[in-house]
Design a protein around this ligand. Structure first.
Ligand SMILES: [Zn+2]
Length: 554
C-alpha cells in the first residue's frame, strides 16, 4: 500500500541533553544565547536588504463542510518582485486576479487588496522593530532537528502585553551560528476582528552562513476555530543568474582562439530548412533564457530531464523523429499551466506538483507533444534580440502561448493517439481521474487554474479524457496531490529537484487534499553537504521500471 506524503517530515525531538548548563550558570547562559540570537536576527534583517526575490502568495478561501472540515471556495493569486531594500515593498508582476468573492470583505483595511500581498511578505520578518530582551521574554523549550539541522527551540512572548504587532510564538534557532530558521506564531493585537491569524515561516540555507526566507504557510480561523483561509507564500530568485554569468564568462575567457576556430571549421553551412529550424530554436532559446533571467523559469536541471525521459518514451514508441529535438522546461509558478513554444514544452512547477503519477504526467506531455507533432508553431519574432528588451512587469503581456480551441482539441486527439502506442497505455493510471478532478474543482480555484502564459490544462480534454482509459482504477486513489507535493525549490538559484519523500501508508479521506493548500514542512539542510542529491526518476523505456516516480496508487 503506497500513498501520499506531502513533505518529508523529520522532526525528531531529541529528549534530554539540554545544551544549557543547569544550576547557577543557567540565567547567564540563556541571556548570552538570546543575545547571540538577537544579534544574528538583526544582521539577517540588514542582509536581506540587498535582495529582490520573487514573491508568490496563493490563498484558498475555505467553506466549512457539514462533516466539520473545510473545502476551497474561491482563491487569490499574487506574483510580485519584492524590494527588500525598501522594507516590504512589492512590485506586482500580475494584476487583477479573478475571484468570485469579495475576499476578506469583513476584515477591514488589514486585508485590503492593496495591502494583502505586503501583509504576507511581512511574515519573512519576526519583528524588525525591537526584537530583543527588553521587548521579549524567551523561554527555552528544548532541542529539535528540523531535517538535518539541530535547533534550539524557544517560546517567545512580548514582555509588555498591550504591545501591538509583537511576535507571539515559537522560534527554532540552528545551533552553529544562532540563525532563526523557523518561527511559528502570530503578531499580537494585529487583527481587530474576531479572526485569529497565524503563520509558520521557514528560512533555508544558501551556503555562506546565510539563511533566506523561503516558505510561509498561514491561515486564519474564525471565533468557532474554523479556518477561513489558508495561504502559501513562496520566495525565490534571490540570485538567479549571478553564479551562471560568472561561470560562463570565465569559461569563455579560458577558451583559446584556436579551439573556437576548430569548431567553426567542422560545421557545415546551413541549408534553408536547417536555417529555418535554427531560427525557430533561437526564438525558443531567447524566450527561455529571458524567462530564466527574470526568475520565472527554472534553470535546466533534474526535473526537466524527468519530463524529457517521458517525452522520449512517447516519441520512441510512436517512431517519431522530431527535429530539432523536443525539450522540456519548468515554469517556477504554482499556477497549473502547460504550453509549447516551438519544440520546447513548458510545464509549471505547480502542475508537476499536483500530478498524481507518471501516467498523468505522460498524458499532459502527450497533449503538448501533440501540438509539436501538428506543427503548432510559436511566432519567431523572439529570434530578434530587440524583442526581448522590455520591463519586467510587462513580461506576461509580452509573452503569450495560448492556442485556439481547435488547436487544443486537435492536440488532445493527437496526444491520445500517442498515448495509445506508448508504454503508458498499460498503466490505467489516474490521468482521466486527474483531469476529471481538475475540471470539477476549477470553479472553486479559478486563479490556480488560470494560466498566465499558456492554455488551461483541462482545455481540449473535455471529450478526450474518457477515451484514455476504459477501466477506472478501483479503491482509494489519489486523483491529484496537494500543492507543492512533488518538487523541491532551491530559493537561492531556482534549481528544482524531485522530492524524496516516501509514500505514507494508507490515506484517510480527509487527507486526500487534491489541489489544496497545505502547511509546509521543510527538510532543512546546510548547503555543501548535499549527500542526498536526487536523481531523475522517471522510467526510461529500457530501464528498470522500479525507478519510476513514486505514484500514489494503493
Ligand atoms: Zn494545449
Amino acid at each position: 500500500m503506497r500513498t501520499l506524503k506531502i513533505l518529508p517530515v523529520a522532526l525528531t525531538l531529541v529528549l534530554g541533553a539540554i545544551p544549557l548548563p543547569a544550576a547557577g550558570q543557567q540565567q547567564t547562559t540563556l541571556a548570552q544565547v538570546v543575545d547571540k540570537i538577537v544579534a544574528q536576527e538583526q544582521a539577517e534583517v540588514q542582509s536581506l536588504r540587498q535582495y529582490s526575490p520573487i514573491v508568490e502568495t496563493y490563498i484558498q478561501i475555505l467553506r466549512p463542510t457539514k462533516a466539520g472540515g473545510a473545502v476551497p471556495n474561491g482563491d487569490k493569486y499574487f506574483l510580485g518582485r519584492a524590494e527588500l531594500a525598501k522594507g516590504v515593498e512589492l512590485e506586482p508582476l500580475i494584476r487583477g486576479t479573478r475571484t468570485k468573492h469579495n475576499l476578506f470583505g469583513g476584515l477591514g483595511s488589514i486585508f485590503s487588496m492593496e495591502f494583502l500581498p505586503r501583509g504576507f511578505l511581512q511574515m519573512i520578518y519576526l519583528d524588525t522593530n525591537g526584537f530583543d530582551r527588553q521587548h521579549y521574554n524567551f523561554k527555552y523549550v528544548g532541542r529539535e532537528f528540523l531535517g538535518d539541522i539541530r535547533c534550539l527551540v524557544f517560546d517567545v512572548d512580548p514582555s509588555s502585553k498591550p504591545d501591538k504587532g509583537r511576535f507571539v510564538g515559537r522560534i527554532w534557532v540552528e545551533d552553529q551560528d544562532y540563525h532563526i530558521v523557523r518561527f511559528n506564531g502570530g503578531y499580537s493585537g494585529r487583527s481587530q476582528t474576531s479572526f485569529y491569524f497565524s503563520f509558520d515561516s521557514w528560512r533555508t540555507n544558501a551556503g555562506k552562513n546565510e539563511w533566506l526566507p523561503a516558505f510561509i504557510y498561514s491561515e486564519e480561523v474564525d471565533s468557532q476555530a474554523v479556518a477561513t483561509f489558508k495561504a502559501q507564500t513562496r520566495l525565490w530568485s534571490y540570485a538567479p543568474d549571478y553564479a551562471r554569468e560568472e561561470q560562463e564568462l570565465s569559461k569563455v575567457l579560458v577558451e583559446t582562439p584556436m579551439a573556437v576556430k576548430d569548431q567553426s571549421e567542422i560545421a557545415n553551412d546551413y541549408s534553408p530548412i536547417q536555417a529555418k529550424r535554427a531560427w525557430g530554436r533561437q526564438a525558443e532559446d531567447n524566450v527561455a533564457t529571458k524567462m530564466e533571467q527574470l526568475g520565472l523559469m527554472a534553470p535546466y536541471g533534474d526535473v526537466d530531464k524527468v519530463l524529457e525521459t517521458v517525452v522520449n518514451n512517447l516519441e520512441v514508441t510512436n517512431n517519431l523523429d522530431i527535429q530539432p529535438a523536443v525539450r522540456c522546461r519548468v515554469l517556477m509558478t504554482s499556477t497549473l499551466e502547460s504550453f509549447t513554444m516551438g519544440h520546447t514544452i513548458v510545464l509549471s512547477r505547480g502542475l508537476v506538483d499536483v500530478l498524481p503519477d507518471e501516467a498523468s504526467l505522460a498524458a499532459i506531455l502527450a497533449h503538448e507533444l501533440g501540438h509539436v507533432v501538428l506543427g503548432h508553431r510559436m511566432g519567431t519574432q523572439f529570434a530578434f534580440f530587440n524583442r526581448l528588451r522590455f520591463e519586467e512587469k510587462e513580461t506576461f503581456r509580452h509573452f503569450g502561448f495560448t492556442r485556439t480551441p481547435e488547436e487544443e482539441q486537435a492536440a488532445t486527439q493527437q496526444g491520445i493517439e500517442l498515448l495509445k502506442k506508448s508504454p503508458y497505455k498499460d498503466q490505467p493510471g489516474n490521468a482521466p481521474l486527474f483531469l476529471e478532478a481538475l475540471k470539477n474543482r476549477s470553479k472553486e480555484i479559478p486563479n490556480l487554474v488560470s494560466p498566465h502564459l499558456g492554455s488551461r490544462v483541462a482545455a481540449g480534454w473535455t471529450t478526450g479524457s474518457a477515451e484514455l482509459s476504459a477501466e477506472k482504477p478501483s479503491g482509494n486513489v489519489i486523483a491529484a496531490l496537494p500543492l507543492g507535493g512533488r518538487i523541491k525549490v532551491e530559493p537561492w538559484n531556482n534549481q528544482l529537484q524531485m522530492l524524496k519523500s516516501k509514500p505514507a501508508g494508507g490515506v484517510a479521506k480527509d487527507e486526500k487534499m487534491a489541489f489544496e493548500v497545505t502547511p509546509f514542512f521543510v527538510y532543512l539542510t546546510r548547503q555543501g553537504n548535499n549527500s542526498g542529491k536526487e536523481v531523475p526518476s522517471a522510467v526510461s523505456v529500457k530501464s528498470d521500471p522500479d525507478t519510476s516516480i513514486p505514484d500514489t496508487k494503493p
